[in-house]
Design a protein around this ligand. Structure first.
Ligand code: PCA
Length: 215
C-alpha cells in the first residue's frame, strides 16, 4: 500500500511553496514500510479537489496527508477540521478564481474532522524537537477546501483511511524573500520560518504517528 502526500504549486505573492518541495522530495521514499506517492496539486479551486479524488482512486493509499503553505505561522500546524466554506480572502487562486462566502457543497455538512490522530502527531513532533501544534482552522482558502473535499470523498466511498491536512511555515529562504519585499532593512518584521529539512522530517513523522494508530 502507498501513502498519499500532496503539496501545492506556488500561489499569490509566494514564488515558492515548501509543500511542493516536500511532496517532491518524499515521492518514492519508504515511510513506515509503505511507499510515499508525492504529488503537487494546482492552486485552483476548480481542479484541486478533483485531482485529489483521482489520486486516492488511483493509488489506494493507507493514509492521506495533504500539505500547504501557511505563511506567518511559526509551527507545523496539524489541522483538526475542514469547514464547508470557500472564501479566497482576497488572494485569487492561480486561475484567478476568487470565491467569496461560498459553500463547497450546498447540501454538505458544516465541517468534517480530519481523521489523522492530530494530537498524537503533534506530540510526536514536539518530542522530536519540531515546533508543531494542533490548528483549529485551516482558513477558507484552498487548503481548507481540499481537506473538506478529501474527507467528504473518503466518507462517501466508505474508505477506512486516515486523512488530513498539515500546514507548513515558510522556509528561511521564503521568509528572507518576504523580508526583502518588506521593510526589514528599515527595522520591519520578518515572518517566522522552518528549514525545509525539518518540514520534510515533520511530514515523514506525521505519517509514522498516524500509522502507529492501533498497531
Ligand atoms: N496554501 C493555501 C493554498 C495553497 C497553499 O499552499 C492555503 O493555506 O489555503
Amino acid at each position: 500500500m502507498t501513502l498519499l502526500l500532496t503539496g501545492y504549486e506556488p500561489f499569490g505573492d509566494h514564488d515558492r511553496n515548501p509543500s511542493k518541495a516536500v511532496a517532491r522530495d518524499l515521492d518514492g521514499e519508504e515511510v513506515a514500510d509503505r511507499e510515499v506517492v508525492g504529488r503537487v496539486l494546482p492552486v485552483e479551486f476548480d481542479r484541486a479537489g478533483e485531482e485529489m479524488t483521482e489520486l486516492i482512486e488511483d493509488h489506494d493509499p493507507a493514509a492521506v496527508v495533504a500539505t500547504g503553505l501557511a505563511a506567518g505561522r511559526a509551527a507545523v500546524s496539524v489541522e483538526r477540521v475542514g469547514v464547508n466554506v470557500a472564501d479566497c480572502a482576497g488572494v485569487p487562486d492561480n486561475a484567478d478564481a476568487e470565491p467569496r462566502d461560498e459553500r463547497i457543497r450546498d447540501e454538505g455538512p458544516a465541517a468534517y474532522f480530519a481523521t489523522l490522530p492530530v494530537a498524537r502527531v503533534v506530540g510526536d513532533l514536539l518530542d522530536a524537537g519540531i515546533p508543531a501544534r494542533v490548528s483549529n482552522t485551516a482558513g477558507t482558502h484552498l487548503c481548507n477546501h481540499v481537506l473538506y473535499r478529501t474527507r467528504a470523498h473518503v466518507e462517501r466511498e466508505g474508505l477506512d483511511i486516515p486523512a488530513g491536512f498539515v500546514h507548513l511555515p515558510l522556509t528561511p529562504e521564503g521568509a528572507a524573500s518576504k523580508a526583502r519585499d518588506g521593510e526589514a532593512e528599515s527595522g520591519g518584521a520578518v515572518p517566522p520560518s522552518l528549514p525545509l529539512g525539518i518540514q520534510r522530517e515533520a511530514v515523514r513523522r506525521a505519517f509514522e504517528a498516524t500509522l502507529e494508530r492501533g498497531e
